[in-house]
Design a protein around this ligand. Structure first.
Ligand SMILES: *Cc1c(COP(=O)(O)O)cnc(C)c1O
Length: 429
């Protein structure tokens, strides 16, 4: 009976009985994994609530402040909540941090001085950091300010080249940047345990080297965060995991008091630091989003695993594969053709609560050699904790799929993507 009801409701959204049943068959085998994800969410939910209780979050924390924002109790409480949750001495959590790239740029430029070297021991970092660092020439890059950069590529199998890292470290090496998520590359995402090993290795060579982790898309996927395994700073975006879909803007840096103080001076001004920065009435969204984040992340993870299992069963290469353990919320599906990428993205778009009637098409996005297609029907522009998919139109024609504020919405998106592929004759069930 119940399953009949679901079929009817999905038919109204454009999902055929055949696609729905294919999805249910795949899903039946995933229940034990979903239970494990729920347990991680339960643990992380408790961690967030405990941090909120310890810091006595109350209605006055939700009041708007303006101007300088002196004595902003809500802002200060939110930063203590983040610090307690990530087990760090301090945190900078601000709507004035406009995105993840901005947060990373602050963390790097605040803690690197002329003559210092930045080292990435996990290969090339996320695209937008190339200009921050000066790998691609850019005004105001770290390079322009006399900070040099070195990187050690990952080995063929995605593992860390420890000998290479040892050789790359010298007396000017000041900060090591470790990107947890694969981002839009095909390397494996690093687990928190792997990050911990790498940090221990670096600190054993020189204990004064700062270790920063780009934590984007990784928050709450595991019970530990990189700050639990020795990172001096963890950095991320509030329109990804920790904003829980409610934060309309923002970024965070959690870490040692010394590092975070410097970040605050870089964000505002030397001498002012964390004392200024009005919350502009965003505190309810930032607190409530953080409160919801563990559950939202668990839904996104279920969606990623569901997608991996659906598309692997149909013969496509998926990264991570259908059974691998998860360390971020991103799922890549290699669809093999432009037509299939377009169909997939149209399905995701058609499942959205916002802009569902829009048809995504490949376009020439600034900064990219190939055309890019994107599907997103989000409440917050560019929010990738909301259901979204994108990818460059080039072999192996991979779409990167992520997010979903609820598991059932992620499920609908994946079913719709399959529906479009079936309708175009690109897949037969
Ligand atoms: C998204 C992302 C960034 C940059 O964040 P924006 O908010 O898009 O600026 C940096 N690193 C990784 C790994 C990311 O996934």
């Amino acid at each position: 009976m119940e399953s009949m009801m679901n079929e009817n409701v999905y038919a109204q959204l454009g999902v055929s009985d055949q696609v729905y049943r294919f999805g249910e068959d795949v899903l039946a085998a995933l229940r034990p994994r979903f239970d494990a994800i729920d347990q991680v969410a339960e643990y992380n939910q408790a961690k967030v609530i405990a941090a909120m209780q310890k810091n006595r979050v109350n209605a006055s924390c939700f009041a708007a402040t303006t101007g300088y924002g002196y004595n902003d109790v809500g802002r200060d409480a939110l930063e203590r909540v983040y610090a307690d949750c990530f087990h760090t001495e301090a945190a900078l959590v601000r709507p004035q941090i406009t995105c993840g790239t901005h947060a990373l740029a602050i963390a790097l430029s605040a803690n690197l001085l002329p003559g210092d070297e930045l080292l990435s021991p996990v290969g090339r970092p996320y695209d937008t950091l190339e200009e921050v660092i000066g790998i691609r020439e850019s005004a105001c890059s770290l390079r322009e300010y006399g900070v040099s950069y070195a990187e050690v590529p990952l080995r063929e199998d995605g593992s860390i080249d420890y000998d290479g890292v040892r050789h790359a470290i010298h007396e000017r090496t000041k900060l090591v940047t470790i990107q947890r998520s694969k981002g839009y590359a095909t390397r494996p995402t690093l687990s928190v345990a792997q990050i911990g090993e790498l940090i221990a290795f670096v600190k054993a060579i020189r204990s004064d080297i700062l270790c920063m982790v780009d934590n984007c898309y990784g928050e709450f996927v595991e019970t530990l965060e990189p700050s639990d395994v020795g990172a001096d700073m963890v950095v991320g975006s509030l329109i990804k995991n920790p904003g829980g879909g409610l934060a309309p803007i923002g970024g965070y840096i959690c870490g040692t008091r010394k590092c975070v103080d410097r970040c605050a001076y870089r964000l505002s001004a030397p001498g002012l630091g964390q004392e200024v920065g009005a919350n502009l009435g965003l505190m309810t969204s930032l607190f409530q989003g953080f409160f919801l984040a563990p559950t939202v992340v668990s839904g996104a993870l279920k969606g990623a695993i569901f997608a991996a299992n659906i598309y692997e069963k149909l013969g496509f290469k998926v990264v991570p594969n259908s059974t691998e353990s998860r360390h971020d919320i991103i799922q890549a599906v290699e669809l093999g053709s432009e037509q299939a990428m377009v169909a997939f993205c149209r399905g995701i778009q058609a499942a959205a609560p916002v802009d569902s009637y829009v048809t995504p098409i490949p376009w020439d996005m600034p900064g990219y050699d190939d055309q890019v297609i994107m599907a997103a029907g989000a409440f917050v522009q560019g929010s990738s904790i909301e259901l979204s998919a994108d990818g460059p139109i080039r072999p192996p024609y991979a779409v990167y799929f992520q997010g979903g504020l609820t598991w059932v919405h992620a499920k609908l998106g994946i079913l719709m993507s399959l529906q479009k592929l079936v309708e175009e004759g690109l897949v037969s069930l």
